[in-house]
Design a protein around this ligand. Sequence first.
Ligand code: SAH
Ligand code: SF4
Ligand code: F3S
Length: 449
Amino acid sequence: MIEILEKLSETFSKRQSPPLVFLHSFGCRQNVSDGESTVGLLVKAGCGVTDTPDNADIIIYNTCAVRENAEKHVYGVLGELTHIKERNPDVIIGVCGCMVKQKHVAEFIKKTYRHVDFLFGNNAETLPDILLEILDKRTFMMNINEPDIIPEREFIQRKSKIFADVPIMYGCNNFCTYCIVPYVRGRERSRSPHDIIEEIKALSKDNIKEIMLLGQNANSYSSDNVDFAELLLKINDIDGDFRVRFMSPHPKDMGSDVLQAIAQSEKICKHIHLPLQSGSNRILEAMNRRYTKEKFLETADKARSLMPGLSISTDIIVGFPNETAEDFEDTLDVVKTIGFTNIFTFIYSKRSGTKAAEIIDLTPKDEKTARMTRLLSLQNEISTKIMADFVGKTVKVLIEEQKDGILFGKSEHSIGVKTPGDPGEVGTFKDVKITGAKRSELYGEIVNS
Ligand code: SAH
Ligand code: SF4
Ligand code: F3S
């Protein structure tokens, strides 16, 4: 790796000024984290970073394939880049990430967007080679058949001084029938506990205050005889004043040992994002989720009995092929019973190559939209009530920013909190007594200054 970076750096150094890179990541936190590695490598090779494509020498879009809308958006952005290339024919334009890992998409981009110079998948380590070839020959380069590796994390260009993402595992073996991720991200592989812990120790020394552990199926983590529960306990033992979250766990792997580890680790936030997807056993089976409505409710119950005050958020897909009104009622029922702090809702999007894409879907589109509206209005009521219940309580807030005398941060439940205060408080934890609540935000006064 170092050798190829040195070569690239030599090539760059022949230019009048160091090349500027612009990278934008769409999609999930894992994709954003991959983007930080890609920029990190280029910075190591001598690039500068810019936050606009207008003055960039290298433009990279890191894409997401999870729903059709995500892909459509990327096509729009790529179309607009023609102007930049016309103005500056020397600019190098690349597209990477999950979308490009689908062969038909890569071929389509290559054919349709002639101003795109290179394509690669999710492995930043292939980029220096690609760039050297392009700089030398100015030919189109494509490398999307990368093996399932555990990438080195030597050069990461992190944007935040307060938050850091740490991947613990890559890929997914679950093949939920609607989901493209296992096809584009490959099979599960976990980083060694040693590497994860060393990375977190270094982040703690750098005064990072919140660490997000990332994995498509975080709680199926397994490496060197360490499972997810043990990993959490080991991370909790690391010195420093920081808190830890993780996403996303799979409900089927959310055993008592994991819940117990969260409960007994003071650094792990008492907030779990546990994707439900559907409350209907029939649909859960068709989705290949491998849990039932009853099992999901039992897991949530167990978690709350171990951790009173635990907040739970979720993802829900509305309108999986042939979802009936009755199926949907089951989803509403779980939403009511659990009282999620927050839900992320998606209308089912057909992904070519997945099993669900083969189903002939008879549920009308209007019906799906109407269900979505009902779900959101139910959740509005629930969120409003949950938020109102915080009034009078004191919550620990990590302050992220200050504007016009008002500090903004999040509680361990991942709820936004506003409070008056000085810019010097940014990057610190504050106890805030809640005096007011809106549907998605709390207000209060600092009590431990
Ligand atoms: N590995 C994570 C995240 C997967 S993608 C998990 O298992 O939860 C994030 C969310 O996108 C999923 O939880 C799901 O709700 C949604 N999603 C995935 N594929 C989808 C599709 N084809 N249509 C609509 N939503 C989808
Ligand atoms: Fe997709 Fe299911 Fe894997 Fe999550 S667990 S990434 S939804 S296949
Ligand atoms: Fe999208 Fe890939 Fe993440 S498909 S959700 S960027 S794993």
